[in-house]
Design a protein around this ligand. Structure first.
Ligand SMILES: *[C@@H]1O[C@H](CO)[C@@H](O)[C@H](O)[C@H]1NC(C)=O
Ligand SMILES: *[C@@H]1O[C@H](CO)[C@@H](O)[C@H](O)[C@H]1NC(C)=O
Ligand SMILES: *[C@@H]1O[C@H](CO)[C@@H](O)[C@H](O)[C@H]1NC(C)=O
Ligand SMILES: *[C@@H]1O[C@H](CO)[C@@H](O)[C@H](O)[C@H]1NC(C)=O
Length: 347
């Protein structure tokens, strides 16, 4: 007589290994993909697998990667996503990630079905969390100025954030929202009631209640990258230029809060490729932001927070929608960030 363990028990016994991994900040109780880059990954032995979607709100773009080959789904409009029809029988690794951000829509992952069996595997042990605005979302990345951004033109998997994490063989979680700031959001003539990042960062799903995130131990990052300020600096014709001291103080406070949740994390503060010293004239915004971040790092160093500056040059004239960094700029930025993290972390 032999005993057959149900698959779920077997999977639990294989320590650290699970058959299905939620990627990024995803609440396992509802499996809703909100933040850009969130998704699911698994391996199976067989010829086909299907990811069922329970709910789809708004418009969502995703990337399905099968054994390293990516297929773009510009607009998810079916209730399931199936692997390519030509897979041969064998073991295949599947990743589905959102390319677009929560302000366009969300997806709820349902069951995974396959003609074969799911294979437990262990996720990478290195973890990076990247906190940012439209640059980190991948807003307009697939467009060429002039263009109107859409879920289909956002491309989170091609952002500096995703590429640097991949180069470092790290799991990554991206907490990003277009137009968001550290102290104030993108300049607009009508009041913008949406929360700034220190508030939105406390949410599990991007549209959940404030303070809903539970900081599960398994998701605590080794590295936190913060790329905020581009929107804070916008002002022309509507409001006063940003007070750099207010920005420095807010960065010190926010990093302090994040560090309380992740006491062992090392922080990397990134300068904006969209700020320049030439425009608006007389503002030296690039210099001002860089100096303000250096000032924050000095204060944080005194608080024994491990924190580093990563300087990116102002981008060139080839840009995506609304002057956002394009794929080439993101690829260059990814190398600069990955090199900085590799050196500090000995990764
Ligand atoms: C679904 O989206 C695809 C592109 O991803 C498009 O070709 C197809 O026409 C759409 N189908 C419906 C029913 O909208
Ligand atoms: C399956 O088809 C896709 C495109 O339709 C192709 O990129 C891929 O290489 C094919 N895979 C195999 C195993 O033939
Ligand atoms: C998903 O799997 C559960 C557990 O096996 C099952 O009860 C449920 O009916 C499945 N849902 C769908 C939509 O197939
Ligand atoms: C900038 O903010 C600091 C700190 O809140 C304040 O002391 C200072 O007066 C402000 N400077 C200007 C020019 O408003």
């Amino acid at each position: 007589m032999r005993t057959i363990l149900p698959f779920t028990i077997l999977a639990a016994i294989l320590s650290g290994a699970n058959a299905i991994h939620l990627l990024g900040r995803v609440n396992p109780s509802n499996q809703e993909l909100t933040w850009p880059g969130t998704g699911i990954s698994f391996s199976f032995t067989g010829t086909t697998a299907t990811i069922h979607l329970n709910t789809i709100t708004g418009t969502n773009s995703a990337e399905l990667t099968t054994d390293g080959i990516a297929t773009i789904i510009p607009n998810i409009n079916t209730t399931s996503i199936t692997t390519p029809a030509n897979l041969t029988h064998g073991t295949h690794t599947i990743t589905l990630r959102k390319r677009s951000e929560a302000l366009y829509g969300s997806l709820t992952i349902g069951n995974i079905t396959t003609d074969g069996t799911l294979i437990p595997d262990a996720p990478p042990s290195r973890k990076i969390e990247v906190i940012g605005d439209s640059i980190t979302v991948g807003y307009g990345l697939d467009g060429t100025l002039p263009c109107t951004n859409s879920a289909a033109l956002e491309n989170n998997p091609k952002t500096y954030a995703a590429l640097s994490a991949q180069a470092l063989k790290a799991d990554y979680s991206i907490i990003a929202w277009s137009g968001i700031g550290l102290t104030r959001n993108y300049v607009s003539t009508t009041p913008d009631p949406s929360p700034v990042m220190p508030v939105r960062w406390t949410r599990y799903g991007a549209n959940d209640a404030d303070d809903s995130y539970t900081f599960p131990k398994a998701a605590v990052p080794d590295v936190v990258v913060i790329n905020l300020g581009t929107n804070d600096f916008s002002y022309l014709g509507v409001r006063e230029p940003l007070n750099a001291t207010v920005y420095t103080d807010a960065m010190v406070e926010f990093v302090g809060v994040v560090n309380k949740h992740y006491p062992d994390a090392t922080f990397f503060l990134v300068t904006s490729p969209m700020l320049s010293d030439a425009y608006p004239e007389g503002q030296a915004q690039k210099y001002t932001q860089t100096s303000a971040l250096k000032a924050a790092i000095e204060v944080l160093g005194g608080m024994e927070v491990k924190v580093h500056l990563v300087e990116w040059p102002t981008q060139g004239s080839d840009v995506g929608c609304d002057y956002h960094p394009n794929a080439a700029t993101h690829a260059v930025e990814a190398e600069v960030l990955a090199d900085a993290i590799a050196e500090v972390m000995s990764w």
